[in-house]
Design a protein. Structure first.
Length: 270
């Protein structure tokens, strides 16, 4: 990688932060999480585009609700992997991956337009998100898709990743993010979900570390070492038990700590 993912130094405190969440991740009669409740808490919605979850009806409903509540809509793009919920790495040829990302953004953008807005940003999901931290070829393919569809779309990702580095080089606006309920390695990457301690479940602990991250203060990595993660958006997952209560606890802690919660980009006119 071209540089560290996170630093041990302390940057200036953040007074405004975005809260994003993965939403619209049901399929047919199967539902996941309480999207409506989460949309009343978060400021940006990463909406599944049908490849790892979501279907046309869910996409349309989620976009309509987000638009009505003033929540920014982002395309949550992924590998074509409904069976694995997009959490399995797939060695997709770069040209195919680019086309599949364009397809997903366009599909969601159609429903966002019907809701009176537009897709406002792009965020990869699951295995694709983790792969393009280091996988330069796939990261370049996703960058190419965003540039082809709309070079004005910001992109979310892990600070220091190949994905964000290549996006900057391509002239895209990048938004570094951190995760409310995921443990970090000392290098600033996410601890794989299958490892012990990878997901945090204590709402108080999660809320406190979110406030620290928003203020630019160090948190504790999985091995106990201090780690400072610089981010403009905090992801609160919607598919974990007690997700809504945890998201509300995070937002309340940020407000109590003097941190304003606001979208990093507003809804776009169609």
């Amino acid at each position: 990688m071209s540089g560290p993912i996170a630093t041990a130094g302390r940057p200036g405190p953040v007074t405004t932060v975005d809260l994003n969440s993965d939403l619209g991740e049901g399929f047919g009669r199967w539902s996941l999480g309480d999207d409506e409740a989460l949309l009343s808490v978060v400021t940006s919605a990463n909406v599944a585009c049908g490849f790892h979850a979501g279907d046309p009806t869910i996409m349309r409903r989620t976009c309509a609700t987000a638009s009505a509540l003033g929540v920014a809509i982002g395309a949550q793009v992924s590998y074509r992997d409904l069976a694995g919920f997009g959490r399995r790495f797939i060695d997709v040829p770069p040209e195919t991956l680019t086309d599949e990302i364009v397809y997903q953004i366009g599909a969601l953008d159609a429903f966002a337009r019907l809701a009176g807005t537009r897709v406002s940003y792009v965020k990869p999901h699951g295995a694709l998100y983790n792969a393009i931290v280091h996988h330069e070829e796939q990261a370049a393919a996703v960058v190419a898709a965003v540039r082809a569809y709309d070079p004005g779309l910001p992109v979310l990702g892990l600070p220091g990743s190949q994905w964000l580095r290549l996006a900057v080089e391509a002239g895209l606006t990048v938004v570094p993010e951190c995760f409310a309920d995921r443990a970090y390695t000392p290098q600033g990457t996410l601890v794989p979900r299958g490892e012990p301690g990878a997901v945090l479940h204590d709402p108080g602990e999660v809320a406190e570390r979110c406030l620290r991250m928003a203020r630019g203060e160090p948190i504790t990595a999985i091995d106990g070492t201090p780690l400072t993660v610089t981010a403009a958006s905090i992801c609160v997952h919607g598919d974990t038990p007690g997700a809504v209560a945890m998201a509300r606890r995070v937002r309340a802690a940020l407000a109590a700590g003097g941190v304003e919660v606001a979208p990093f980009i507003g809804n776009r006119a169609p």
